[in-house]
Design a protein around this ligand. Structure first.
Ligand SMILES: [Cu+2]
Length: 201
């Protein structure tokens, strides 16, 4: 799935991705159309003698300042999304995500453990990422979130699931022979169903 709209963060990620893609497409078309135009206009049959050009301050400023501003704008889009990812709401449901060769274990505040990630709909979830051995990476494409799972430190991510369903969970850091089977599911359910699941030990 190209779009990651099953969480609030995914919508932001997709927004930034689409904006950057639109800028790239616009630049690609502009540059190629101008190039074709000049290639035709100044073809050899009409301009057998080439001319010396001394440069143009205005043009040089334009092609320096405009791309620089675009780069800064794209950086800003990325930074904004990155900064938001670091600040989970205070009332977020905490889930410890433990990566190990080659499976995921999800631990909840009441001590419940699961190999699948059960989540309530429309409630913020904070993921505390820890590793039992080597470096892994926790990735839920449908949520638009991904974080390194590093031994000896705890990284965090958060998201609000906004769509019910079952979504793929991957490890995206090569971590050994079983890396490709290091899979799980994030199952987003109604609050009531989640409470039932959470309460059953
Ligand atoms: Cu892994």
């Amino acid at each position: 799935m190209l779009l990651s709209q099953a969480s609030n963060i995914g919508k932001l990620t997709d927004g930034a991705f689409m904006a950057i893609t639109a800028i790239c497409v616009a630049l690609f078309l502009t540059i190629n159309i101008i190039m074709l135009y000049f290639a035709v206009k100044y073809r050899r049959s009409r301009h057998p003698q080439s001319a010396d050009i001394d440069g143009s301050v205005l043009l040089e400023l334009a092609w320096t300042v405009i791309p620089a501003a675009l780069v800064v704008f794209m950086f800003y889009l990325g930074l904004k999304g990155y900064a938001i990812r670091k600040d989970a709401p205070g009332d977020a449901l905490a889930v410890n995500v433990r990566g190990q060769m080659w499976s995921w274990i999800f631990q909840y505040a009441n001590g419940k453990e699961s190999s699948a990630l059960a989540l309530p709909l429309n409630r913020a979830v904070k993921f505390n990422l820890t590793s039992g051995d080597v470096i892994h990476s926790f990735f839920i494409p449908a949520f638009g979130i991904k974080g390194d799972v590093v031994p000896g430190r705890q990284n965090t991510l958060w998201a609000v699931p906004i769509e019910k369903g079952s979504f793929d969970v991957f490890c995206t850091e090569y971590c050994g022979a079983g890396h490709s089977i290091m899979l799980s599911k994030a199952v987003v359910m109604d609050e009531k169903d989640f409470e039932e699941w959470y309460g059953a030990r």
